[in-house]
Design a protein around this ligand. Structure first.
Ligand SMILES: O=C(O)C1=C[C@@H](OP(=O)(O)O)[C@@H](O)[C@H](O)C1
Ligand SMILES: C=C(OP(=O)(O)O)C(=O)O
Length: 407
C-alpha cells in the first residue's frame, strides 16, 4: 500500500505525541528488575514497546521482538540473568543488526549466550543464570544499546560491573538516559572518562510516568519549518527532558523554528532566522539525522552532517536510503567515510511520479511526509504502516490537522 500525502491549506495542530519508546523500554526493564507493583503510566502502544511488554509478561521461552533494537539488546542482557533457557529472534533486518559486542561482554561476565544462525547476529539462545560480573572492556562506537543493556542488569551481578569503553562513544545521551532512570529506581553509578562503574545494589520500585517522544516531535518541527502559515503545539514535552533528542529544538532554531515551553508542552513559532548552511555532528542524536536531511534540502539549505556512523546498522542503511530517495525528488547528496552526508545544492531531474520507499524504517516515512507542504503534487510514500515502530498514530495525527492522505 502507498499513501499520497497532500498539504493542508493552513496547519493548525495541537498534538499529543507518543511516549518515548526509549524511556518506555528502559522503564519496563527497571520495573521488572525492581519487582515493581506500579503500572507504568503513559506507556506507548508502539510496536517496539508492545514486543517488550509481551515478552516480559509471557510464559513463553521463545521471543520475537520484530524490529526493536532496544528490545533485542535489553532483553538479551535481562534474560541472561533469569534462570532458564530462552531464545530471542526478530525480523530479517534484525538478523543482520550486529550483537556480538554485547554477547561477548555477557559471556565474559558469566552468562551463556549462543548464536542460533549466523555468528555475531540474532537469533540467540540464552541460558540464564546468576551473573558474576566484574570488569570488562567493550567498544563504544557501534551501539550505545549494548552499554545500556549491560548497565541495567549491572547492580544485580555478584561483583557489580566496571565497564571500560574503548574508543569514541556514540549516542552518549542514551547512556545518560539509562543511568538517570536507574538512579530514579534507586541505583547509583559512576561515570568517569571512559569507565562506568556500578556496584552491587538493589533497585527500588517507583511510580513512573513516561514523557512524550522528542524524536517524534522532530517531524512536527520539520512541518513548522516547511510551512508559511502554521500554529503547532506539542503536548507532553519538557525542556529539561531526559532525552538527548530534545537537542532538536535548538537545532531547529537555526532553521527558523522557535520553541516556547509551557506547562503542558511546547509551542512552535517561526523565529525569522534561517542559517545559510547547517553543519552539525549527529553522533549524540542519530535518530534526528533523517529529519534534518530532508528538511534542509526542501528549504534549500546546504548542509554537512557528520557523526552518522551508526546509521548504516539501524532499521536500514539510512545513508543509502536517504541518498536514493532524495535523488527521486531531484536532490543529489554525497556521502563519505561511512559517516558523513553533505549537500551543497546539487540537483538532478526529479522523477515524474516519485514514490518514496521506506525500507521498513519508520523514520523514512515520517521524515519524508512533511515534503507534502512543499511539493505541489504532494508526496507518495510506500508501506506507510512502518510508522507503527515508534509512532502508530502518525498518519491519524496528520489527518487531524488537515493533511489529505489517500491510498
Ligand atoms: O537506547 C536507545 O533507546 C536508543 C539508542 C540509539 O541507538 P544506538 O545506540 O544504536 O545509536 C537510538 O538510535 C535508538 O533509536 C534508541
Ligand atoms: C534506531 C532506532 O531504533 P532501534 O535501534 O531501537 O531499533 C530508531 O528508532 O531510530
Amino acid at each position: 500500500m502507498n499513501y499520497v500525502v497532500k498539504s493542508p491549506v493552513s496547519l493548525k495542530a495541537s498534538i499529543k505525541l507518543p511516549a518515548s519508546k526509549s524511556i518506555c523500554n528502559r522503564a519496563l526493564i527497571l520495573n521488572a528488575l525492581s519487582y515493581s507493583p506500579y503500572e507504568i503510566r503513559n506507556l506507548s502502544d508502539c510496536d517496539d514497546t508492545e514486543v517488550m511488554v509481551k515478552a516480559l509478561n509471557s510464559n513463553d521461552r521463545d521471543f520475537d521482538i520484530k524490529a526493536a533494537g532496544t528490545a533485542m539488546r535489553f532483553l538479551t542482557a535481562f534474560l541472561s540473568k533469569v534462570v532458564g533457557e530462552w531464545t530471542i529472534t526478530g525480523t530479517q533486518r534484525m538478523k543482520n543488526r550486529p550483537i556480538k559486542i554485547l554477547v561477548d561482554a555477557l559471556n565474559a561476565l558469566g552468562a551463556r549466550v549462543e548464536y542460533m544462525e549466523k555468528e555475531g547476529y540474532p537469533p540467540l539462545r540464552i541460558f540464564g543464570s546468576a551473573l558474576q560480573g566484574g570488569e570488562i572492556s567493550l567498544a563504544g562506537g557501534v551501539s550505545s544499546q549494548y552499554i545500556s543493556a549491560l548497565l541495567m542488569i549491572a547492580p544485580l551481578m555478584e561483583k557489580g560491573l566496571t565497564l571500560h569503553l574503548e574508543g569514541a562513544v556514540i549516542s552518549k545521551p542514551y547512556i545518560n538516559l539509562t543511568l538517570q532512570l536507574m538512579e530514579q529506581y534507586g541505583v547509583k553509578a559512576e561515570w568517569n572518562g571512559q569507565t562506568i562503574k556500578v556496584r552491587p545494589q538493589d533497585y527500588h520500585p517507583i511510580p513512573f510516568t513516561v514523557e512524550s517522544d522528542w524524536s517524534a516531535a522532530s517531524y512536527w518541527y520539520s512541518m513548522m519549518a516547511l510551512s508559511k502559515n502554521a500554529e503547532i503545539e506539542l503536548l507532553g514535552l519538557f525542556k529539561n527532558s531526559l532525552q538527548g533528542d530534545a537537542a532538536g529544538a535548538k537545532l531547529f532554531a537555526q532553521l527558523g523554528v522557535g520553541t516556547t515551553y509551557t506547562d503542558r508542552g511546547v509551542i512552535l513559532k517561526h523565529n525569522g532566522n534561517r542559517t545559510k548552511k547547517l553543519n552539525y555532528n549527529f553522533v549524540n542524536e542519530p535518530d534526528l539525522a533523517q529529519t534534518f536531511v530532508v528538511t534542509c534540502v526542501l528549504l534549500n539549505i546546504p548542509f554537512r552532517f557528520t557523526g552518522l556512523q551508526s546509521l548504516k546498522i539501524k532499521e536500514t542503511d539510512r545513508i543509502e536510503a536517504l541518498k536514493t530517495e532524495l535523488r527521486k525528488l531531484g536532490y543529489l547528496l554525497t556521502d563519505s567515510n561511512d559517516s558523513i552526508l553533505e549537500w551543497n545544492g546539487e540537483r538532478c531531474e526529479p522523477e515524474t511520479h516519485p514514490v518514496i520507499a521506506t525500507y521498513e524504517d519508520h523514520r523514512m516515512a515520517m521524515a519524508f511526509a512533511p515534503a507534502a507542504l512543499i511539493l505541489p503534487e504532494g508526496i507518495e510514500i510506500a508501506d506507510p504502516e512502518v510508522v507503527s515502530k515508534s509512532y502508530p498514530h502518525y498518519w491519524e495525527d496528520l489527518r487531524s490537522t488537515g493533511f489529505q492522505i489517500e491510498e
